[in-house]
Design a binder for this molecule. Structure first.
Ligand code: ADP
Ligand code: NI
Length: 215
C-alpha cells in the first residue's frame, strides 16, 4: 500500500465515527481541493493530501487530548517510509493550521503545502458546503437559527470562539465564514472563494428577506 493510502486509512479509523462536521467526507473534500490547489500553485501533491487527511485528527473538539493525539500521529508517520523533514512539516502544519490558531497572538508561518491545506480546509467552510456544515454544526450544538436582536460580535477572540454557548447560526457567518475569503493564502484559493462568497451573501440576503416576510 502507498504511504498516502496508509495515511488515509489511519485518518478514517480515527475520525470515522465523528459526526460533528469533521467526518471523513470533509477530509476527502479537503484532500481533493488541496490536490487541485497544489497543481495550480506547484506544491507537492503527496504532502498536501497527507496533511489534508491528518489535519483534524488532533482537533480538540474531536480528541480528548490533542497533544497526545499529535504524538500518536508522529509515531505513526515515523513508522512509514518518509523523510524526517517531510514528517516534521506535516506535524507542524496540522498543529498550526486551524482557524482558532489564527485568533491567538502566536505568529505562525506555514510551508507552502501547509498554506494550501489551510486554504482547502477553509474553502470547505464557505459556499454551499460551508452553509450546510454551519447549519449541521449549529443544529448538533443546540444553536438558535437566528436572532435579529443579537448582533454579531466584532473581532472575535480565541476565548469567544471556543465558548459559543450563545452563538446563532446566522451570526457564525458574520463572525467567521464571511471573513475567510480575505484570510486565504494562495491566489488559486482566492479565485474559488470569490464565487463561494457570493453564494453565502445571496443566501443571507434571501434568509433575512424571508424572515421579515419581504419575499
Ligand atoms: P477549525 O478546525 O478551523 O477550528 P472548526 O472546527 O471550528 O474549524 O469548524 C468546523 C466546521 O464547523 C466549519 O464548517 C465551521 O463553519 C462549523 N462551525 C464551527 N463553529 C460553529 C458554530 N458556532 N456555529 C455553526 N457552525 C460552526
Ligand atoms: Ni477541517
Amino acid at each position: 500500500m502507498s504511504n498516502l493510502t496508509l495515511i488515509r486509512d489511519f485518518a478514517r479509523q480515527k475520525l470515522g465515527a465523528d459526526k460533528s462536521g469533521h467526518a471523513f467526507d470533509h477530509l476527502e473534500r479537503v484532500a481533493r481541493t488541496a490536490k487541485y490547489l497544489a497543481q495550480k500553485e506547484g506544491a507537492d501533491l503527496f504532502q498536501v493530501q497527507a496533511a489534508a487527511y491528518l489535519h483534524d485528527v488532533i482537533d480538540e473538539k474531536i480528541v480528548a487530548n490533542s497533544k497526545e493525539a499529535l504524538i500518536e500521529v508522529r509515531d505513526f508517520l515515523r513508522g512509514l517510509d518518509l523523510e524526517a523533514t517531510i514528517v516534521d512539516d506535516l506535524l507542524y502544519t496540522i498543529d498550526n493550521m486551524s482557524f482558532a490558531k489564527t485568533l491567538t497572538d502566536q505568529e505562525v508561518k506555514l510551508s507552502l503545502s501547509g498554506q494550501i491545506v489551510q486554504d482547502a480546509d477553509w474553502l470547505d467552510a464557505i459556499g454551499a458546503i460551508g452553509i450546510t456544515r454551519a447549519i449541521y454544526y449549529g443544529g448538533r450544538h443546540g444553536e438558535t437559527i437566528y436572532d435579529p436582536k443579537q448582533p454579531p460580535r466584532e473581532n472575535l477572540s480565541y476565548e469567544d470562539y471556543r465558548n459559543l454557548a450563545d452563538e446563532t447560526i446566522i451570526n457564525h457567518f458574520y463572525e467567521k465564514l464571511l471573513k475567510i475569503k480575505d484570510q486565504l493564502n494562495t491566489s488559486a484559493a482566492k479565485d474559488i472563494a470569490t464565487h463561494r462568497q457570493n453564494v453565502m451573501l445571496d443566501f443571507l440576503d434571501e434568509f433575512k428577506a424571508e424572515w421579515r416576510a419581504e419575499r
